[in-house]
Write a protein that binds this ligand. Structure first.
Ligand code: 26Q
Length: 822
């Protein structure tokens, strides 16, 4: 009937209201008088989901066309953050939905805020995967994100008596309206057992894998909307379940307990995300998780290839598979096994397809963070894959010998097997050999990779190496999280910049416009007041929105040097105690971040922050100018509140250790200035915003290397710097720990006797730089000017640019616009 809107797709206000209450009734099974906020949230989520399904199915449909090239992003983590608000932005239905919800007597923000965020990642690497999915869809590039549907994501953090306490993350407790299970596309995954050589009917030598156990991988699909386009890609996450055949055999033998136990063991695989980042332990379950999602995903890719009417010879023409760090790197061996053992391709042919299909992104320079698995563990879990890796290694090392005759040392470095002590498989080496492209995540990082951790690979195959500097999606990190700044920018330069972030440069002239500066300042001030309210509600600490908001939010790690920030705070405290009339701008120091549960030093850094805060915030001599807040449970949702409110972004890792950083970009986009070292993407941020708009301090990577090789002695800094000594002594004396001199001893001793991240060497430079920040902040007109210029010059750090780089240099993937009949 003309003029009548479909209740599942219509966008008229009355239609939206009717659809919303229909979903509340028919899906949630609730009448308005009995409905909770969660019920309303669910009803709204289904209402929004209905409105993207046509585009989702149309996008799925074009994947089956043989000529359409698909990017598969393989990642053990996808730190998506809440979907509802993001989908409202991307579908461009925020305004009508807000009106419909408000006319229904409800508050849209309240419904958006109640969503449990899917925290299926630790930090940077997982969040990067999420930004990349957003940009892939927005650029209309057909793509599938492949990962694990962890039942428990990253733990929730509570702070009890100043210490971190971990709480399990039951994100699925009310159900997940954004996912669709596809049990009909389940696959079988095998583990353990042994291998058996045999001769096939053509008389060829072959190997059969007789597995010890099987689990099923059930795909759960989540739609990934693009911004203002028809493309809706898929995030396909795998859940592990026991195969039914298990029940039958066990039940028939009367072993009920055994059958149930097998089920429990199988389902353990996708139970929980490992909460460690950077520092890794070789746990069997982690390797099972990695193989599980890789094998599920590769089988899925092969099925799609065959269903599109292609043969496996051209797998690399239809698919480009990106490995997010080495976590999915067993894909090299698994793709070889699928092609050679199951699909009967010749080794050389299979190897050619494998290396042309796979590419590898490295995210770390910490040597201890390079993934290794003991050969015995690997062989007991994946006996056939271990054989395949040995075969790949033997052929690879033969080539290396031809190139470098007699160079045994180099051979030892390049080998996929570390022969020292307990033999182990080096996953980065496997990823390098099995990929056609290897990239770092910022210019400096990619250069350092070639010079250090992957140096021998670079000399052997320089053509594989490239850089793709990270980026973040301005849809979530500006439009969604900072609507007021977004509206102000729109008023000045019109719209269109969210998909062409370089156009923010048109704001440069506004930096010289006093009226615009005033508006910019008012927006920032309002958002700071909101954050201040939130801090008061969450922690009971009152903070003054007219002080400088100085923020460090990221995983707690020694190399990120949150404790250097603390040394600065104690320095200011010490100064103010000595000279209470000291002239300085008031500052609010805000920290957030989780420590890996087994990382004692990181947990003690949290305790140090909260303890210094307890003393400083209560001391009337200083608390008008200094406040220290540790905000518990830093996550994507909280990030969306914090970046818009920041004025100073702390990016203070020891140079050469932060691969890129992505929080640095989110801060700067929202008009914060950076105090930082020349590390990771800070280098490029500074290049873009101009040295005069960036607070640089600390040693450069070359200076770090030089100091280390000449023999670093932290104690000499302690003895030669009076303030530093006073600050360290104050912490050691028990001043912040009710007289307890033991509490922070592990931290202090580590700094004085080892200081692996060279805080003491960078201390003075950091404090001097912070003093410059203080002076700059007090020239408030110029500060606002710099703030505007920071935001205006962030175009490079849109993840759209990163994805275009990947698409052109690594994937050869094109946009495929999706047509929808009206
Ligand atoms: C590996 C094996 C076993 C258990 C855990 C892990 C594991 C898990 C997560 C190892 C590392 C991670 C996460 C690393 C990470 O987030 N790296 C960050 O990646 C960002 C995106 O490229 C960069 O911006 C950061 O600089 C980098 O630290």
């Amino acid at each position: 009937t003309p003029g009548v809107e479909d209740d599942r797709t219509g966008l008229g206000i009355e239609t939206l209201k009717r659809a919303f209450f229909d979903n509340l009734y028919y899906v949630q099974g609730k009448l308005p008088n009995r409905a909770s906020t969660v019920d309303y949230y669910m009803a709204l989520a289904y209402t929004v989901r209905d409105r993207l399904l046509q585009r989702w199915l149309a996008t799925e449909d074009i994947l089956t066309r043989p000529e359409v090239r698909i990017v598969g992003y393989l990642s053990a983590e996808f730190l998506m953050g809440p979907h509802l608000g993001n989908n409202l932005i991307n579908l461009d239905i925020y305004a009508p939905v807000k009106q419909a919800i408000e006319e229904s007597g409800l508050n849209l923000q309240e419904l958006i805020d109640i969503e449990e965020e899917p925290g299926l990642g630790n930090g940077g690497l997982g969040r990067l995967a999420a930004c990349y999915l957003d940009s892939l869809a927005s650029l209309q590039i057909p793509a599938i994100g492949y990962g694990i549907r962890y039942e428990f994501g990253i733990f929730d953090q509570e702070i009890v008596d100043g210490w971190q306490v971990e709480i399990t993350d039951k994100w699925l407790k009310y159900g997940n309206p954004w996912e669709v299970a596809r049990p009909e596309e389940a696959v079988e995954i095998k583990f353990g057992g042994y291998t058996q050589p045999y001769t096939d009917d053509q008389g060829r030598y072959r190997v059969r894998w007789v597995p010890g156990s099987t689990v099923m991988g059930i795909p759960y699909d989540t739609p990934i909307t693009g911004y203002n386009v028809n493309t809706v890609n898929t995030l396909r996450l795998w859940k592990a379940e026991a195969p039914e055949s298990f029940d039958f055999t066990a039940f028939n033998q009367g072993d009920y307990w055994g059958a149930v136990n097998d089920k429990v063991v199988s389902e353990t695989i996708s139970k929980v995300l490992y909460p460690n980042d950077e520092q890794i332990q070789g746990k069997q379950l982690r390797l099972q998780q990695q193989f599980f999602f890789v094998s599920c995903s590769l089988q899925d890719v092969i099925r799609r290839q065959l269903e599109s009417g292609r043969t496996l010879d051209t797998l690399h023409e239809k698919f480009s598979l990106q490995m997010n760090d080495t976590h999915p790197s067993v894909a090299v061996a698994e793709l070889m096994r699928l092609l050679v053992d199951e699909h009967m391709l010749e080794w050389d042919h299979a190897w050619d397809i494998t290396t042309r299909t796979l590419a590898y992104t490295n995210h770390t320079l910490l040597p201890e963070a390079l993934e290794k698995w003991s050969v015995s563990l690997f062989g007991s879990l994946l006996p056939r894959h271990l054989e395949i890796i040995f075969e790949i290694n033997s052929r690879f090392l033969d080539q290396v010998r031809l190139r470098y005759p007699g160079d045994e040392a180099r051979l030892g470095q390049l080998s996929l097997i570390d022969e020292g002590g307990d033999r182990s498989v080096r996953m980065a080496n496997l990823a390098c050999v099995g990929s056609h492209a290897i990239n770092g995540v910022a210019a400096l990082h990619s250069e350092l990779l070639k010079k250090t951790v992957l140096h021998d690979f670079y000399e052997l195959m320089p053509e594989k190496f490239c850089n793709v500097t990270n980026g973040v999606t301005p849809r979530r990190w500006l439009a969604l999280s900072n609507p007021r700044l977004t509206a102000l920018i729109d008023r000045r330069i019109g719209n269109g910049w969210l998909t062409h972030l370089d156009r923010l440069r048109e704001l440069e002239s506004a930096a010289d416009d006093a009226g615009f500066r005033h508006e910019w300042r008012m927006v920032k001030r309002d958002i700071k007041a909101d954050l201040a309210d939130h801090i008061a509600n969450r922690t009971g600490i009152s903070v003054n929105p007219d002080t400088l908001f100085d923020i460090q939010v990221k995983r707690i790690h020694e190399y990120k040097r949150q404790h250097l920030n603390v040394l600065h705070i104690v320095t200011l405290y010490h100064r103010l105690k000595q000279n209470p009339n000291q002239d300085m701008a008031g500052r609010t120091f805000i920290f957030g971040g989780k420590a890996a549960p087994g990382y004692d030093m990181a947990k003690r850094i949290i305790k140090l922050i909260t303890s210094v805060g307890d003393v400083v915030n209560k001391d009337p001599d200083v608390s008008d100018r200094l406040r220290v807040v540790f905000l518990p449970d830093y996550n994507v949702t909280f990030g969306q509140r914090v970046y818009p409110a920041a004025e100073l972004s702390e990016q203070i890792s020891l140079a050469g250790l932060e691969a890129s950083g992505t929080g640095n970009m989110k801060f700067s986009m929202n008009g914060a200035l950076t105090i930082g070292t020349l590390d990771g993407a800070n280098v490029e941020i500074r290049e873009e915003v101009g040295a005069e708009n960036f607070f640089l301090f600390g040693m450069k990577t070359e200076e770090v290397t030089a100091l280390r090789s000449q023999g670093y002695n932290p104690m000499s800094y302690y003895h030669s710097n009076e303030t530093l000594k006073a600050v360290i002594d104050l912490i050691a004396s028990g001043h912040f720990s009710h007289g307890d001199r033991e509490l922070f001893r592990p931290l202090i001793d580590n700094l004085l006797y080892h200081d692996p991240y060279m805080l003491l060497a960078d201390y003075q430079s950091y404090v001097d730089c912070q003093d410059q920040v203080d002076r700059a902040y007090r020239d408030s007109e110029n500060w606002v000017r710099m703030s505007i210029l920071n935001a205006a010059r962030m175009g490079k750090f849109s993840s759209d640019r990163s994805i275009q780089d990947y698409a052109q240099t690594i994937w050869q993937a094109d946009a495929v616009p999706i047509e929808i009949e009206a």
